[in-house]
Design a protein around this ligand. Structure first.
Ligand code: PAF
Length: 286
C-alpha cells in the first residue's frame, strides 16, 4: 500500500491510473477505523480495480465545542488494517495540505443540511461537502462509498454530486452493528460494554418504528412516539431528535406513503450517538 501525503502527487497518480482505464473506488474516512469502515473498503475492493482510502480529520466539519481535539487518531493501526484489505493507496494529507493559509473556498448544499444533524451542528455539512469535493478532485474516483450510518451525509453528498455534475457514482453501504444492535461508530470507544448494551435501545426503538410502518401505520407522529417510548425506558438517555423523512429527499414525512428514513440522535450518559433505519409502508394502511 502506497501512502501519499501531497494532493498534487495523489492527483497525478490517479490521473495516470485513469489514463490506463483503471476504475478507482474511493473510501473517504477520518481514520480511527472500525469494522464499519472496513466493510466500505471491502465493498470498494469488489467494485474497483484500484482502491484508494483517505484519512483526514477534517476540522471544518467540527463546530466550536465539538470533539476535534479529542477525535481518536490511530494512524498506525489504521494502516495495518488497510494493508490487510489489500488497499492500493492511502491518501494521508495534513491540515495544511488541505487548508493552506489563506484558504477561502467552501461548498454548500442548502436546505437539507439545516435539518436533523444540521440543526444541532449548523456548520457540519458545509465542512463535509467542502472536503469531499476537494477529495473527489484529488482522487478523481469512479465510485465513492459512504455508510448508511450517516444517512443524511449520504443524501447530501448524492445531492452535491447531482447538482454539480460530478462524474462519480455514489454507493451507500449498509450499517454494521455491534452484537447488541448499536451502530458501529468511532464514538463507541467512549462507551463501556454495559453502556453499549444500554445504547442498543436506539436500534430497538428504530426497529419498533419500522414494525409499525410495516404493519400499516402511516402517521409519522405515532411512529416517532413509539421510538421515543422505547428509547426513554432506558436510563441515561437524552433524546436530541427522532424524525421520519423521505428516504431520498429528506423531506419531512407527515403521512407515510413512500420509503422513509427513521432517524434518531440520542445522548447516552453524555455520548452523542446517531442511527437510522429505512422503512417501506406496508400494504394495509391505517
Ligand atoms: O464520514 C466521515 O468520516 C466524514 O464525514 C468524511 C466523509 C470522511 C468527510 O470528512
Amino acid at each position: 500500500m502506497k501512502t501519499i501525503t501531497k494532493a498534487g502527487r495523489m492527483q497525478a497518480l490517479c490521473a495516470r491510473l485513469k489514463r490506463e482505464s483503471k476504475a478507482i473506488a474511493f473510501v473517504p474516512t477520518m481514520g480511527a477505523l472500525h469494522d464499519g469502515h472496513l466493510s466500505l473498503v471491502r465493498k470498494a475492493r469488489k467494485l474497483g480495480d484500484i482502491v484508494v482510502v483517505s484519512i483526514f480529520v477534517n476540522r471544518t466539519q467540527f463546530g466550536t465545542g465539538e470533539d476535534l481535539d479529542k477525535y481518536p487518531r490511530t494512524v498506525e493501526n489504521d494502516k495495518r488494517l488497510l494493508r490487510k484489505l489489500d488497499v492500493d493507496c492511502l491518501f494521508l494529507p495534513d491540515d495544511h495540505e488541505m487548508y493552506p493559509s489563506g484558504y477561502l473556498t467552501y461548498v454548500e448544499t442548502e436546505l437539507i443540511t439545516s435539518i436533523l444533524e444540521g440543526k444541532s451542528r449548523p456548520t457540519h455539512f458545509r465542512g463535509v461537502t467542502t472536503v469531499v469535493m476537494k477529495l473527489f478532485n484529488v482522487v478523481q474516483p469512479d465510485i465513492a462509498i459512504f455508510g448508511q450510518k450517516d444517512a443524511q451525509q449520504a443524501v447530501v453528498i448524492r445531492k452535491m454530486v447531482a447538482d454539480l455534475n460530478i462524474p462519480v457514482k455514489v454507493v451507500v453501504a449498509p450499517t454494521v452493528r455491534e452484537k447488541s444492535g448499536l451502530a458501529l461508530s468511532s464514538r463507541n470507544r467512549y462507551l463501556s460494554a454495559e453502556q453499549i448494551e444500554r445504547a442498543s435501545c436506539i436500534y430497538q426503538g428504530l426497529k419498533g418504528g419500522r414494525e409499525l410502518i410495516k404493519s400499516g401505520v402511516t402517521d409519522s407522529r405515532k411512529v416517532i412516539s413509539e421510538v421515543r417510548r422505547v428509547i426513554n425506558r432506558t436510563v441515561g438517555t437524552v433524546i436530541d431528535y427522532i424524525s421520519v423523512n423521505d428516504a431520498n429527499t429528506l423531506e419531512k414525512a407527515g403521512k407515510i406513503t413512500k420509503e422513509v428514513l427513521i432517524s434518531a440522535a440520542v445522548k447516552l450518559d453524555g455520548v452523542r450517538l446517531i442511527d437510522n433505519i429505512r422503512a417501506k409502508p406496508g400494504r394495509k394502511r391505517r
